[in-house]
Design a binder for this molecule. Structure first.
Ligand code: FCB
Length: 445
């Protein structure tokens, strides 16, 4: 038996997102999202696939809840498809969509699994993209408030954990600068920063709505955070690492916890910096109850010409890498937890995603012996719990992901699940990593 000590009340769960697992993209009154349009555009997805069917979770959610129950986990993080609830982004509510989430929540609670909802996980209603450019439009704040209002009115009596946004850095930079993700635009840094600012206003306004609608709610946001290290002790590399830390980490934490964007970065961005109106920062700083962060690797940074004007280059030190090409560096999780604790006053922290893609295959015995993922999880959970033992207020840990699923621009080529999905038959098989979770979850208190 693997020895492990979880703090009292610790949440141990798996995580997913709507577009990556639900499928049923044109069923049940769902409207189109930017990911439907993007994934159906030629050449955007590595294997030419899309999320039309995905894991068919929309039809198989009962089985999926049963599977989670057998993993012994006490929490499940999932997101709400905005266009399933409000097919045009605003206005007419699709009751059938709301019912889907309501039933899911009931089944989770019956199984003693705490639902942990993310409102926005990359899948903006297409209609809102077409009207004025999605997150580039400041008025999107009102739309997001409406979405938060509709969902929390329905689920707020049963769901206590709410995250407003997932990884704002990803959906703004990859959606509006590099074009790797939906909506696939290559507009420039100013667009990413404007989209971020609007998303943050929407976050603050949604926190207020959730506060009103959810009795004793725990409300927060999910940010992607990596521990940043310079590739060498040269002054140029140190400066580049510092810029990257400000661009990816601090730009997303400072507004919420300090009410400002990092000054140095504003100077560097110059005319590209977003226009901040009076009172914006007050709204963005609306108090939250927790910080959720997603972490997969560390960032070793040298000076370079990537992502001007940040001017950096990612270095891959020798070591073990996952199928995503991400370094396996468990200490990075401990280091980033410490970094958060030392730099920001956060009283509740959750690792809302951590996990690894490996090329899993079904063995002749019919099982999936994903020992590298098991090792990854053991080492990362150990590092996370070490931080908790040292007094860092870590309250939970979620493995990405429950099921193998649609990994955005990589399509179905990357498997992150602790449950294997045979996409031909939709058959699910618990991997050894899932059995590992079942083993350690016996120690939850
Ligand atoms: C994160 C996303 C999640 C998944 C993992 C691998 O950036 O939040 O949806 O794609 O990466």
């Amino acid at each position: 038996m693997y020895e492990i000590y979880f703090p009292q009340g610790f949440l141990l769960g798996t995580a997913s997102s709507a577009y990556q697992i639900e499928g049923a993209s044109s069923e049940g009154g769902r409207g189109q999202s930017i990911w439907d349009v993007f994934s159906h555009s030629q050449g955007k997805i590595e294997d030419g696939t899309n999320g039309d069917i995905a894991c068919d979770h929309y039809h198989r959610w009962r089985e999926d809840v049963e599977l989670m129950k057998s993993l012994g986990v006490n929490a499940y993080r999932f997101s709400i498809s905005w266009s399933r609830v409000l097919p045009k982004g605003r206005g007419e509510v699709n009751e059938e969509g709301l019912r889907f989430y309501s039933n899911l929540v009931d089944a989770l609670l019956e199984s003693k699994i705490t639902p942990f909802v993310t409102l926005y996980h990359f899948d903006l209603p297409q209609k809102l993209q077409e009207e004025g450019g999605g997150w580039l439009r400041r008025e999107i704040v009102e739309d997001f408030v409406e979405f938060a209002e509709v969902v929390s009115t329905e689920l707020g009596d049963r769901v206590k954990y709410w995250a407003t946004l997932n990884e704002p850095w990803e959906f703004t930079w990859q959606g509006y600068v590099t074009g790797e993700d939906a909506p696939g635009l290559r507009l420039g840094v100013d667009a990413a920063l404007r989209a971020t600012h609007n998303a943050y206003l929407a976050h603050g306004a949604a926190v207020q709505v959730l506060r009103d609608n959810v009795l004793s709610g725990k409300i927060g946001i999910v940010i992607h955070l990596n521990f940043v290290e310079p590739a060498s002790q040269s002054l140029n590399d140190i400066a580049a690492a510092r810029r990257w830390e400000m661009c990816q980490n601090r730009w997303y934490l400072d507004p919420i916890f300090k009410g400002e964007y990092p000054e140095e970065m504003i100077k560097l961005y110059g005319d590209n910096a977003p226009s901040v109106q009076p009172n914006d920062m007050i709204l963005i700083q609306e108090p939250i109850d927790f910080l959720g962060f997603n972490n997969y690797r560390r960032s070793v940074i040298a000076s370079g010409s990537d992502l001007p004007p940040v001017d950096m280059k990612r270095i891959n030190p020798p070591g073990e890498y996952t199928e995503m090409g991400w370094e396996v560096y468990p200490k990075g999780l401990y280091k980033i937890l410490k970094w958060i604790h030392e730099n920001y006053s956060v009283s509740n922290i959750y690792v809302t995603e951590n996990g690894a893609a490996f090329p899993d295959a079904i063995s002749p015995d019919g099982r999936i012996h994903d020992e590298r993922r098991v090792a990854y999880l053991i080492e990362h959970i150990e590092q996370a719990l070490k931080a908790a033992e040292e007094g860092i207020p870590l309250r939970g840990y979620f493995v990405w992901s429950t099921l193998d699923n649609f990994e955005w621009a990589y399509g179905y080529t990357k498997r992150f699940g602790v449950i294997y999905v045979d996409y031909q038959t939709q058959r699910r098989i618990i991997k050894d990593s899932g059995f590992f979770l079942a083993e350690i979850s016996k120690h939850l208190k």
